[in-house]
Design a binder for this molecule. Structure first.
Ligand code: ZN
Length: 118
């Protein structure tokens, strides 16, 4: 029998038996799957929360369908510039970051244009 040098993916114990074995037993396998699912859910929950918060910030600042605001206002509200629902570029090359029914474009170092779709 080929020696199994792997360790259990959940508890780290040295494994014996078949070389393709990944866990000590069903318990470790279930626990590991549960842990991975939990981690996935935590990531999804955190990104979703940032998306919703970003939209709330845009909503609170967008008085009209087109509103120019100071970038500082977004920064002060802890706007997360790394999360968005999509991105699009106009023919003229302007890039808009979309957050659900809002979009914004960083106009220059200081100003941000917010669009409201509905
Ligand atoms: Zn184990």
């Amino acid at each position: 029998m080929i020696e199994n040098r792997n360790r259990c993916l959940f508890c780290g114990e040295a494994l014996s038996g078949r070389s393709d074995k990944k866990y000590c037993d069903d318990n470790c396998r279930n626990n590991h799957h549960y842990q991975m699912r939990k981690d996935d859910n935590a990531v999804i929950k955190s990104v979703n929360a940032s998306l919703v918060k970003n939209r709330e910030i845009l909503k609170s600042l967008a008085a009209n369908t087109k509103t120019m605001v100071m970038k500082e206002e977004l920064v002060d509200a802890n706007f997360n510039f790394n999360v968005m629902t999509s991105v699009y570029r106009t023919r003229k090359g302007s890039e808009y970051k979309v957050l659900y029914d809002y979009a914004y474009r960083i106009v220059n170092e200081y100003e941000v244009l917010i669009l409201k779709y509905r």
